[in-house]
Design a protein around this ligand. Structure first.
Ligand SMILES: [Zn+2]
Length: 539
């Protein structure tokens, strides 16, 4: 293919993997106006497109791939977390507390100190969270909030005081205020018990939110990701994303799923959809930021997923279903009736079975629904019969190796080794003909283009290699984040592969990720990430 206008960017590389089926690697790619305009098998084949303003990247040892799509992640949470004390880097509690002490030394007394949320206590040498006493020893001058994910916290005494939590405070229903064997507060708050803390935390300004999204989206881009599908956007945060886009602060494209976790009744679902309809009617979607649909969850995560066989050592515990099937069906039907898509979290095999029942009935009610309207998020413990049903119903599934990577130890304790090894049967999904796409579920797992490819091809986890028979090939793993990801969002004509006319969303790698030593993938970072023709990361 040739184009005639001078290119904005021209890259010469050892290989340009276009991911167009059957197409051998190219050696040069040209970009103009945010789109791929030409590709060439000869490294100098596009030199006629070099004009006075063309940026030429000569990288004869490097490899070009489409930018990756993290199809299930949490950019909003990353934006809140990115300026926190980076405790995810600590390997033990001494290191963890040292980082807090260091931040305290540089923070005026009385100001809140908060951690990043993307870490797991089982990965610390002591395999536990810090205690209030340990945090008090790190600083008594600041309220300290240690947070892991959204619903797990430990506070120091100053923070407990500000939140009004005392020895006699009772936990709200569905919440846990942990106490030691003497009945004293440990500082640990779980699930709804975190709400009093949320109420006293200083609310970030809009400018701080935008700066958080700017830094977090740049971090995604720095590891090869050009699009994120954020699976839990509070509906009011659409305005924050909009403002970030207006300021050019979104380094990556965003496909947003609005959180339906607080919408239980038909009226609440309608109220959510009214706000989404307003967004659509005002024409606020563009190629950078698009509202994808609604997110629900049918069961819990590592310690509360709904499973057919009981939890290990708890013969009466089968995890939790969060919805009555009939109510979830009503909610899903409402969403699709109004022209939106639905992604539903299902982690355990019982959760997935019940969800597929719901989806089957939803499709029976509305047989004309376009494929990809109903999506399973995770489908962690998908059993053979369930895979067959999902495939027959044409339901895509987003899978996230980083969850298995970081969660393997926790999951082995809850379910035992056999069920943990059965998580994410990617080989089977692909062989049986499913549409699956790759993601991270950050902050539960780490994000990154090649750490995900490494994980899906090796099945490496913090508990060693688990379920290696479910591994897939490298090209397949890349496709899960590119070609398949674009199919999931209905954007195959625009992204996922490199062809004249597609978005100029691409990555340049110092080695060929398709055939370098596999363990090199784990830490591999791109030299360049380009989104919409603009360089958003340069090593
Ligand atoms: Zn998630």
């Amino acid at each position: 293919m040739t184009a005639t206008a001078p290119a904005d960017l021209l890259i010469r590389a050892a290989a340009v993997h276009t991911l167009v089926p059957g197409e051998p690697p190219r050696r040069a790619v040209a970009v103009t106006g945010g789109r791929i305009t030409a590709l060439s098998v000869a490294p100098d084949g596009l030199d006629a497109l070099i004009g006075p303003a063309t940026e030429v990247v000569d990288a004869p040892g490097s490899t070009v791939l489409p930018a990756f799509d993290d199809t299930h992640t949490h950019l909003i949470l990353a934006g809140h977390s990115v300026h926190g004390v980076p405790v995810h880097r600590a390997r033990d509690l001494a290191g963890f507390l040292g980082l807090i002490r260091e931040r305290a030394a540089a923070t005026p007394a009385g100001e809140w100190i908060r951690t990043t949320v993307n870490w797991q206590e089982v990965l610390l040498a002591e395999q536990r969270m810090p205690t209030t006493a340990e945090l008090d020893a790190a600083t008594a001058e600041h309220p300290v909030l240690v947070r892991r994910g959204a619903y797990n916290m430990v506070l120091n005494s100053a923070a407990l005081r500000l939140a009004g939590i005392t020895e006699s405070t009772e936990a709200p229903p569905g919440g846990v205020i942990e106490r030691d064997e003497h009945g004293r507060l440990t500082g640990r708050l779980i699930n709804r018990a975190v709400e009093p803390v949320e109420r006293v935390l200083p609310r970030p300004t809009l400018a701080e939110r935008i700066e958080g999204l700017r830094a977090a989206s740049a971090d995604y881009a720095a590891c090869g990701i050009g699009t994120v599908r954020d699976c839990l956007v509070p509906v009011e945060d659409l305005d924050v994303l909009d403002a970030a886009r207006a300021e050019g602060a979104l380094a990556v494209r965003v496909r947003a799923l609005v959180s339906g976790f607080a919408a239980r009744t038909p009226e609440q679902v309608d109220a959510l959809l009214d706000r989404m309809d307003d967004w659509r009617a005002a024409g606020r979607d563009d190629d950078r930021l698009r509202l994808w649909g609604v997110k629900f969850g049918i069961d819990g995560g590592f310690e509360a997923a709904a499973v057919e066989e009981p939890y290990q050592g708890q013969p009466c515990y089968h995890g939790r279903l969060l919805w009555e099937p009939a109510e979830l069906l009503a909610a899903v039907d409402r969403v699709v009736e109004r022209g939106w898509r639905v992604g539903v979290h299902a982690w355990g095999d019982r959760g997935l079975r019940v969800l597929l029942d719901v989806f089957e009935q939803a499709l029976k009610r509305r047989p004309g629904l376009p494929p990809g309207t109903l999506v399973v998020e995770h489908g962690g413990l998908a059993r053979p019969g369930q895979r067959a049903r999902a495939i027959a119903l044409g339901i895509p599934v987003t899978v996230q190796h980083p969850l298995l990577h970081d969660g393997a130890l926790t999951q082995q304790r809850a379910w035992g080794e056999e069920r943990t090894a059965a998580l994410f049967p990617l080989r089977e999904w692909l062989d049986e003909g499913a549409l699956i796409t790759g993601g991270s579920d950050f902050p539960v797992g780490p994000y990154g283009a090649m750490v995900s490819v490494w994980g899906m091809t090796t099945r490496g986890t913090t508990a060693g290699v688990v379920g290696p028979e479910h591994a897939i090939g490298r090209a397949e793993a890349v496709a899960l984040h590119t070609v398949n990801a674009a199919r999931l969002t209905g954007e195959s004509a625009l992204r996922g592969s490199l062809r004249p006319g597609t978005f100029a969303d691409l990555t340049l790698w110092p080695v060929d990720p398709l055939d370098c030593p596999v363990d090199a993938l784990r830490e591999l970072r791109p030299i360049l990430t380009v989104v919409d023709g603009r360089t958003v990361h340069r090593m």
